[in-house]
Write a protein that binds this ligand. Structure first.
Ligand SMILES: Cc1ncc(CO)c(N)n1
Length: 217
């Protein structure tokens, strides 16, 4: 029998395919992404991660089993180390903003709303694409790039294509599958909606960075 994650990842594969085809990812893979765009992305991502870390901690607090709590709290603190390093490498001397773009604001606000006001299962499904999509994208780029020695964004690619991240992603999937296996069909439907929406927001996050999205007024 297939598990929840297998079913939902197949159903939302079209979003992943759109991400692979997005010019942000194509240019990142080719090492041709403009520094300005990448800087905008990293800047927004550091704003995103500062909030995402709290969202993961809240998810951990809501888990009933100690190992699950430990995993999410560990993932939350892990973000502080890994991301600080990435952002230090890539944001030195560059212009920084503390203003979230509309899409960044939308994504963190959405996750925060789901995790704080909906069921634990729905919250788990909402935070999962941040793990799984980055792993898929990291693996995809590693498997398809032909410029490993000379891509200025290789450190970023290695972070998400690496084994350490894969291990963490597997645990997040396992915990979510475990809760899904005991959830009602109605709750599964909510989980599916949350996973799909968060996956779309991942696409939008890259798209908004590529366009250096600004507030309309
Ligand atoms: C927007 C976004 N989603 C997921 C990750 C992976 O942690 C990230 N760094 N940024």
């Amino acid at each position: 029998m297939s598990n929840w994650y297998e079913v939902i990842s197949e159903k939302t594969d079209y979003i992943l395919q759109e991400i692979y085809q997005h010019p942000f990812i194509k240019d990142l893979m080719g090492g041709k992404l403009s520094k300005e765009v990448f800087n905008f992305y990293i800047n927004q991502d550091s704003i995103y991660l500062a909030e995402y870390k709290k969202i993961l901690a809240e998810t951990g607090i809501r888990c009933e089993e100690d190992q699950d709590t430990q995993f999410f709290l560990g993932a939350a603190t892990g973000i502080i180390h890994v991301e600080d390093a990435l952002h230090e490498n890539f944001l030195t001397g560059e212009q920084r903003t503390t203003q979230a773009s509309p899409t960044c604001e939308l994504y963190i606000s959405y996750l925060s709303r789901i995790v704080h006001t909906k069921s634990l299962e729905e919250g788990l499904a909402a935070v999962l694409p941040c793990f799984t999509i980055y792993k898929e994208v990291g693996d995809y780029i590693l498997a398809n790039q032909s410029n490993k020695g000379e891509n200025p964004y290789q450190d970023w690619i290695n972070t998400y294509g690496g084994e350490e991240f894969a291990n963490s992603v597997k645990q997040a999937i396992d915990i979510t599958n475990k809760l899904a296996s005991k959830a009602s069909p109605e709750r599964i439907e909510k989980m599916n909606e949350a996973f799909e929406k968060a996956s779309k927001l991942e696409w939008m996050f890259w798209d908004s960075a590529y366009k250096q999205e600004a507030w309309k007024v």
